[in-house]
Design a protein around this ligand. Structure first.
Ligand code: NAD
Ligand code: DAU
Length: 361
């Protein structure tokens, strides 16, 4: 069986990828994660006795540790999920994003190149470096613009998006300059189990469950293309196994929704699954001051990955959202652990001085 070095594998998408990789026996996994605020170490507790899984706490910027890990475990592929990933935090503290997303990716590329150059010709031929990126690098669309394609020019608007764009450019450069066998995926907004509740869907789900206000930025008409996390994991594995070298692939859910509709649907599901007498959860919707530089619309054209590799999303939004909400209802301990301490400070910092209104601002 192959061995993958997965970075950022305790986070939302990485943890779902690792669980699927072990369940479906895609590979043995070395998981390198810094364990920032954005994850709960308990997320992968079910793998603690799995001999095909090994966790290392560390930073992708730590070249010495990377050198040791690569030498010791001789991975067949490196999958880079590690990142600072939250747009609102990037507005308040951009430096962390430059540090991990740009400099960290650079150090990881350097270490990967040094490792790859020393491999036997056979292993060298098969080695892959897959970088997980975002549709936010392409900027913002108007309601009538065509969806993002792989050749859409980069136009990042937030410090997060700019830092991811920087990392994508570095990955591209390492392929073109040094021949490092890289692959890049740019996906849309993921949703599903184990997402940290600073992002829209888990934040709204947990606030609604506890009858707290449901903050919607601006007029709630910003559009995102929602992709169920398992579909994304399948796409990554397919790209890793079958893509030509140096390619980039857009991965989307074919599911554009505006934020207000998403929030209303969460309310409806929770009113059915966890009714509270006298409470209609949509009454908790609160329009708050907009995110600075808030991108209006993202949409992904994923015809290339369908044409080349036969991938398309399987989950529809209603069934994916139901599974997601059920997971949060069934895992109160996980929720409690991530909502303690620093989480409360973030909620205070991000929401306390936003102007509030009962209709769109
Ligand atoms: P996340 O914030 O849930 O997890 C990120 C993980 O990376 C965390 O476990 C964190 O501890 C780890 N990490 C952060 N800095 C690190 C460092 N310096 N060294 C090692 N580990 C570090 O993020 P996510 O939602 O799982 O996103 C994973 C990747 O997918 C990111 O690269 C993100 O940009 C990209 N992406 C996410 C989405 C989405 O909707 N969530 C969409 C498009 C692209
Ligand atoms: O498009 C892919 C990107 O999706 C990823 O690259 C990012 O890592 C990921 O965080 C996500 O970015 P968004 O900014 O789109 O996700 P977020 O969940 O923060 O917000 C989704 C939408 O909901 C966005 O239009 C802002 C809005 N929003 C968000 C929060 C947290 C609100 O209206 N209220 C909120 O409280």
């Amino acid at each position: 069986m192959q061995t993958f070095l997965v970075t950022g594998g305790v986070g939302f998408i990485g943890s779902n990828f690792i669980l699927k990789a072990r369940k479906e026996q895609w590979a043995n996994i070395i998981n390198l994660d810094k364990l920032t605020y954005a994850c709960n170490p308990q997320t992968l507790a079910e793998l603690q006795n799995d001999p095909g899984y090994y966790f290392v706490r560390g930073d992708i910027s730590d070249t010495e540790m990377l050198g040791y890990l690569l030498e010791r475990y001789q991975p067949d592929a490196i999958l880079n999920f590690a990142a600072e990933s939250h747009v609102d935090r990037s507005i308040l503290s951009p430096l962390d994003f430059i540090q991990t997303n740009v400099l960290g990716t650079f150090q990881l590329l350097e270490a990967s190149k040094a490792y790859w150059e020393k491999l036997s010709p056979e292993k060298r031929e098969k080695f892959r470096f897959l970088h997980v990126s975002t549709d936010e690098v392409y900027g913002s669309l108007s309601p009538t613009d065509p969806a993002f394609r792989e050749d859409t020019p980069y136009a990042p608007n937030s410090p997060y998006a700019a830092s991811k764009a920087g990392s994508d450019h570095l990955v591209r450069a390492y392929y073109h300059t040094y021949g490092l066998p890289t692959l890049t995926t740019n996906c849309s907004n993921n949703y599903g189990p184990r997402q940290f509740p600073e992002k829209l869907i888990p934040l709204i789900t947990l606030n609604a469950l506890n009858a707290k206000p449901l903050p919607i930025y601006g007029d709630g008409q910003n559009v995102r293309d929602w992709l169920y996390v398992d579909d994304h994991c399948d796409a990554i594995q397919l790209v890793l196994q079958q893509s030509r070298l140096g390619e980039t692939y857009n991965v989307g859910g074919n599911n554009e929704q505006n934020n207000l509709t998403v929030v209303e649907e969460i309310c409806e599901v929770l009113d059915k699954l966890a009714p509270k007498p006298g409470l209609r959860r949509s009454d908790l919707i609160t329009f708050v001051k907009d995110r600075p530089g808030h991108d209006r619309r993202y949409a992904i054209d994923c015809s290339k990955i369908k044409r080349d590799l036969g991938w398309e999303p399987k989950e529809n939004f209603d069934s994916g959202l139901l599974k997601t909400i059920q997971w949060y209802l069934n895992n109160p301990n996980w929720v409690e652990e991530v909502q303690s301490g620093a989480y409360q400070t973030w909620i205070e910092q991000n929401y306390s001085d936003r102007q509030v209104a009962s209709s769109p601002i």
